[in-house]
Design a protein around this ligand. Structure first.
Ligand code: SAH
Ligand code: MG
Length: 196
């Protein structure tokens, strides 16, 4: 397992896959343990790095992860098998904004780590699948330190992406249904707990 994780880290470097930073996944794994999280929904699997580590947090936790890119999906399946995690991780090949989950499904933790410009859409869609007291954790809230600094950027794709993450931060701060804390670890995490 340790060896497979190291290989995934190298594959991510070689192929420019933005996998989660180590302090951030360590925080999420600890959260899963301490809060007895039993099921996780992840949006944005990439090659399975974060889903495999989340699934290895405790004996009982189960992970469903969604990926829309076929090459990454295939790589994710391969890695889940290599790690012997087929029983703990369900990999779904679909665009998360088009997917219709079974109405009754509920998760203790939803991890948003897909297209950074669509965070509000993911949040609004998937908050309906949380258990009471459940949490939505979002990665890359700092986006390499650009978030909060968009006014200094020239017009372009980067600026508009950073502005969207800034809007997401405001959306979370003003969301009456959720209490959000922002953690300055890795590329920045938000932890939004449903007040119900
Ligand atoms: N969570 C992974 C990294 C994910 S990178 C890890 O830390 O190991 C973001 C991934 O989200 C990319 O592979 C991208 O293809 C996927 N993605 C982006 N938008 C998506 C969408 N709408 N539905 C499903 N996957 C999406
Ligand atoms: Mg990320």
């Amino acid at each position: 397992m340790k060896q497979h994780i190291l290989e995934m880290e190298q594959y991510a470097i070689d192929n420019n896959i933005p996998i989660i930073e180590k302090p951030s996944i360590a925080f999420i794994m600890k959260y899963i343990k301490n809060n007895n999280v039993l099921n996780v929904l992840e949006i944005g699997s990439a090659i399975g790095y974060s889903s495999i580590l989340m699934a290895s947090s405790t004996k009982d936790v189960q992970v469903t992860t969604i990926e829309r890119d076929e090459v990454r999906y295939m790589e994710c399946l391969k890695n889940v098998k290599k790690c012997g995690m087929e029983k703990k991780i369900n990999v779904v090949f679909q665009d998360a904004l088009e997917l219709n989950l079974i109405d009754e499904l509920r998760y203790d933790l939803i991890f948003i780590d897909a297209a950074k410009g669509q965070y509000i859409k993911f949040f609004e869609k998937y908050k309906n699948y949380l258990n009471p007291g459940g949490v939505i954790i979002t990665d890359n809230i700092k986006f390499h330190g650009y978030v909060g600094e968009s006014s200094k950027l020239d017009k372009g794709n980067l600026k508009s992406l950073v502005e969207k993450i800034e809007n997401y931060v405001e959306f979370l701060k003003n969301n009456p249904e959720f209490d959000t804390v922002f953690k300055d670890i890795g590329d920045g995490l938000s932890i939004s707990t449903w007040k119900k």
